[in-house]
Structure formats: structure tokens, C-alpha cells
Design a protein around this ligand. Structure first.
Ligand code: ZN
Length: 326
């Protein structure tokens, strides 16, 4: 990522901090007008704190513990008054988008996960995924799109999807302990991408670094890295993140033009991620036997041996939505 883009990211953090400070200031002015006792309490707290500071600077003996206790008592009193008047207890506390780094992007000298994800979003131009995830997440998953009629000797799509969704929720909730891989395969329009988006949203909310790529984008990045050694830092960085991010999603595998280069790159990447214990989720319209024929035997066996495999079936939801039936 070039310096100018990086500076833009950091400037956005400054703006967030400034906006939130303004917000807290507005709240304070409004609450002080309505509840003057709070203004008085804040003045007392501020003067206690400055007495404390002055005494320490002058080398005078200070009862630090006593002062702390007094400040804490007054703060609790403040929260109490706020609550009695219908405000949340922390209404006047600083507001942060990311409490971990207090919207600075850094924890000590380390980049916070929120900043790392912002870099990834920029590098892969995936910032639109955020908007998509506002609608495509577990709380919006509609099981009623799936038929409740048994499908031959298989359970009804609805019954089956109920289990798959429960599995995926459990997968996302336990991600920090177990980084499993998943393959969703099945006909177009049965909700495979929606499911991966649900998981992506959960993990992004937990602060994991997630990269979402269509199969086209994925192989584009790999071939640019391999064939254009002069492509520069961006290309190298894109490649590195693909290997190292917490979760890599490859959507619609099988739609790209497959040749032996593609197949071997896919193997290298999947294998590398398995070795370093990083999770990958793949979705594909190809059946298992087509996957095997399309890519190499070794790609196929890596997937079979190391992935949870779900064959998603049912009617094409996009067609049903289009018909206005649901
Ligand atoms: Zn952060």
C-alpha cells in the first residue's frame, strides 16, 4: 500500500476521534443544562485530579489511594444520577468505534486488528463487502426460502439448512480455538455465498482478518505476483495477505479458466494455509467429481481430508425472489 493511501486511513481515524469527542461534548453540554448537579460533580472530580497532579509535581506527600477512592465514589454517583434520569450510565464516557485501540489504529507499536482489516479492505478493494454484510448475515438468514418437502432420500432442504446454519454459527463462535476449513458446493443460487458472508461478518466483528475474493480475483492476484516480478509492493502484499489472513474466502471456484498453472497455484495456496493453520472457505458450483477432474488429484485430496464439506441443495433462491413468490 502506498504512503498516501495509508495516510488517508490514519486521517480517517483522526476524524473518527474528533467526531466522537464532539459528540461527547454535545452530550455533556446538554446534560449539564438539564442536571446541574452533574456539572458540579464533574468540576469537583476535575479539581481533585488537578490537586493530585500539582501535589505530585511539587513533591508533596499525597494520599493517592484516598484520592482515587474519592474520585471513584463521585464517578459512581454521576452514573447513578444519569441512570435515574433515563440516561445510560456511560452516557458521558468517551465513545470509541474500536475500544481496543481507542480509534488510534495502534496498540502500543502494533497495528490494531481494525487497522489491519482496513488495509486489507483497501488492498483487495473489498470495502463494498461491509455494505453487503449488513444484509447478508445470520440474523437475516431466511430458512423459509428452503422447501420443507423431503428431497428424495435426503432430508428436506429446510431441515438440512437448519443444521448447516447451526454448524456455521458454531464454527464462527469457536473460531479462535479451532480454525477449520469449509467447502460449500451445490447448484447456483442455493445460498452458498450467503452462508460464507454470514461467517465473514461474524469473524470481522470479532476482529479477525478476513479476505473475500471471487475465484477470478484470487487467480488474478496470484498470477500477477508470479508473472510480474516488477509489479511492486502492492502485488507482493496482496499475495502475502492471501497466505496469512485468518480467513480466506474463495467464492465460486471453478468459474475461472483452469489450466495447469491455476491448478498448481491453488494447491500451493491451500497447502500453505493448511500448514500454517489458517482457515479457508471455498464455495463452488462444481460437484466433488468435477472438482477432482478440474483441478489436480492433490488439490482434491487436500480438500477431502481437511475440509468440512457441505452439499447445499434446494431451489434457486434468486429465481424465487425474482418471481416474487417469497
Ligand atoms: Zn482498533
Amino acid at each position: 500500500m502506498d504512503n498516501a493511501t495509508f495516510r488517508t486511513l490514519l486521517r480517517a481515524y483522526e476524524e473518527t476521534r474528533a467526531n466522537n469527542q464532539r459528540l461527547v461534548q454535545q452530550r455533556r453540554q446538554q446534560v449539564y443544562r438539564e442536571l446541574p448537579a452533574l456539572a458540579e460533580l464533574d468540576r469537583t472530580i476535575a479539581s481533585l485530579a488537578s490537586d493530585q497532579g500539582r501535589a505530585m509535581l511539587n513533591g508533596q506527600p499525597v494520599d493517592l489511594a484516598g484520592l482515587d477512592r474519592r474520585i471513584l465514589e463521585l464517578s459512581e454517583k454521576k452514573s447513578h444520577i444519569l441512570e435515574q434520569n433515563g440516561y445510560p450510565a456511560d452516557y458521558l464516557d468517551p465513545v470509541y468505534q474500536c475500544p481496543k485501540c481507542r480509534d488510534t489504529g495502534y496498540i502500543g507499536n502494533e497495528k490494531c486488528s481494525c487497522l489491519r482489516q482496513k488495509i486489507v479492505d483497501k488492498v483487495y478493494e473489498q470495502s463494498n463487502i461491509k455494505t453487503k454484510l449488513e444484509t447478508e448475515n445470520f440474523s437475516n438468514f431466511r430458512l423459509d426460502y428452503y422447501s420443507d418437502q423431503p428431497a428424495g432420500d435426503r432430508p428436506s432442504p429446510r431441515e438440512y439448512m437448519t443444521r448447516v446454519v447451526a454448524d456455521c454459527r458454531e464454527y464462527a463462535a469457536g473460531f479462535s480455538a479451532r480454525k477449520d476449513n469449509i467447502l460449500f458446493y451445490g447448484s447456483p443460487g442455493v445460498g452458498k455465498t450467503f452462508l460464507t458472508n454470514c461467517i465473514a461478518k461474524e469473524l470481522l466483528d470479532q476482529g479477525f482478518m478476513v479476505i473475500y475474493l471471487t475465484s477470478f480475483q484470487f487467480f488474478d492476484i496470484l498470477s500477477e505476483y508470479v508473472f510480474r516480478r516488477d509489479a511492486g509492493r502492492d502485488s507482493e502484499m496482496s499475495f502475502r495477505y492471501i497466505l496469512n489472513c485468518d480467513l480466506l474466502i474463495i467464492d465460486d471456484l471453478g468459474t475461472e479458466v483452469v489450466n495447469s498453472f491455476v491448478s498448481s497455484q491453488l494447491f500451493q495456496c491451500l497447502n500453505q494455509r493448511l500448514l500454517s493453520g489458517k482457515a479457508t472457505i471455498i464455495s463452488s458450483n462444481l460437484s466433488l467429481s468435477r472438482l477432482k477432474d478440474t483441478y489436480s488429484e492433490r488439490v482434491y485430496s487436500r480438500i477431502i481430508e481437511n475440509y468440512r464439506i457441505y452439499n447445499i441443495y434446494g431451489d434457486d433462491i434468486r429465481v424465487m425472489k425474482g418471481l416474487g413468490g417469497l
